[in-house]
Design a protein around this ligand. Structure first.
Ligand code: ZN
Length: 208
């Protein structure tokens, strides 16, 4: 099981400030967590590739071990989540093409490598859009059901269903966070984490 850690939202901030306050209480029983072991994994951003240590914590009464995952990590994916989220935002909100999105982000990769990263990020976001929409509806905007339905039912847009849903997610978030792109992306990230929060309450707490 995974506990998200909101210590820092990018690989770069983690590398400059690796002092971490690990979660101290079990999300289920509230008892103290103890250090169990750790493992290392790779992660890439636009500027750096690093191996970082993932701490695992144990709750003895629940007989449960939790991996502490920073929010800039996507489970089983190499690319940092804040990078893929920004690709998705550029493609969806700024209505850039995949190529424009790939080449407007300063990195030192070959153009084809950037392009394939953007393609993958957008495809994965589109695939997850239904789940994100559900979370959005539960946690932020109960009226979003109607909004999304309108978008999906607008065949003249010519967009695939999942991209319409993704577009509406960003419309709702932008409205909710009053045009603050940074806050909006943080909320999107927490809604779109590649794993479930241990409890619904912990997602609500993370969003507000
Ligand atoms: Zn416990």
């Amino acid at each position: 099981m995974i506990i998200p850690v909101f210590h820092c939202c990018s690989l770069e901030t983690y590398l400059t400030n690796p002092e971490i306050e690990w979660p101290s209480q079990c999300p289920f029983c509230g008892k103290n967590l103890h250090k169990h072991d750790s493992y290392r994994r790779r992660v890439e951003s636009t500027t750096v590739c690093a191996r970082i240590s993932i701490q695992r914590l144990e709750c003895v009464p629940c007989n449960q071990v939790f991996s502490c995952l920073f929010e800039f990590l996507n489970p089983y994916k190499l690319l940092a989540a804040n990078v893929s989220d920004e690709y998705v935002r550029c493609f969806v909100e700024d209505q850039q093409t995949l190529r424009e999105t790939a080449w407007s982000n300063a990195d030192e990769l070959l153009p084809e490598t950037s392009l394939s990263r953007v393609q993958r990020a957008v495809a994965e976001a589109a695939e997850a859009s239904g789940q994100v929409l559900l979370e959005l509806r539960e946690q932020i905007a109960p009226d979003v059901a109607t909004i999304a339905c309108e978008a999906v039912c607008a065949p003249q847009s010519g967009k695939p269903h999942a991209l319409c849903v993704l577009t509406e997610i960003f419309v709702v978030l932008r409205r909710h966070f009053l045009l603050d792109t940074e806050k909006m992306l943080v909320a999107y990230r927490r809604l779109a984490l590649g794993f479930r929060f241990p409890t619904p309450h912990s997602l609500k707490h993370a969003l507000f």
